[in-house]
Design a protein around this ligand. Structure first.
Ligand code: ZN
Length: 173
């Protein structure tokens, strides 16, 4: 197979678009990523777990290897939880007060546990959605050209003993 290269007779090169310098980032549909993040799944493959514990984001997806340590959810999930839980609990509190005028201790016994319960239940899905949104929008280190991109965390010393081949020699008799 031969390739022929043609050049312009005048010698002037066509202008190179600036987009050619940085490769186009892959399209990542936001709704699907949000749905996977809300279920605590990797936004890329939807099979691996996003969290290694209750709220700790795993550095990598255990299924597809997606680098999740680029996330910078920071304190956004608690803000989202306050927003959502506030819009559930406060209207309920006002409605119950207007309809039944219960004693103050009834309010405390009802709304404090409900607020705590809803906050703990909603934190993981809302954090998962925020991490997935950052992933889908190529925010922070999820953009390969971003100056915020960091080296992977040092997980090798923790994983190395598990990955090492069984090269131990059996004990001498
Ligand atoms: Zn994955």
């Amino acid at each position: 197979m031969t390739m022929t290269v043609t050049t312009r007779a005048g010698g002037a090169q066509p202008p190179v678009p600036a987009d050619d310098e940085a490769p186009a980032l892959p399209k990542r549909p936001i709704p699907g990523a949000l749905a996977r993040g809300a279920r605590g799944l990797c936004p890329a493959c939807g099979a691996g777990r996003m969290f290694s514990s209750y709220l700790k984001v795993a550095p990598f997806c255990q299924t597809c290897g997606e680098e999740l340590y680029h996330q910078r959810a920071d304190d956004a999930p608690p803000y989202a939880v306050i927003f959502v839980v506030g819009h559930i609990v406060v209207p309920l509190m006002v409605i119950v007060e207007e309809l039944f005028h219960p004693a103050l201790w009834v309010h405390l016994a009802a709304w404090l546990p409900l607020t705590l319960f809803l906050s703990l239940v909603l934190l993981p899905p809302l954090k998962g959605m925020l991490v997935a949104l950052q992933w889908a929008l190529h925010m922070h280190g999820f953009d390969p050209a971003s100056p915020e991109r960091e080296e992977p965390p040092l997980v090798a010393p923790l994983v190395a003993p598990l990955l090492a081949p069984a090269s131990r020699t059996p004990p001498a008799p």
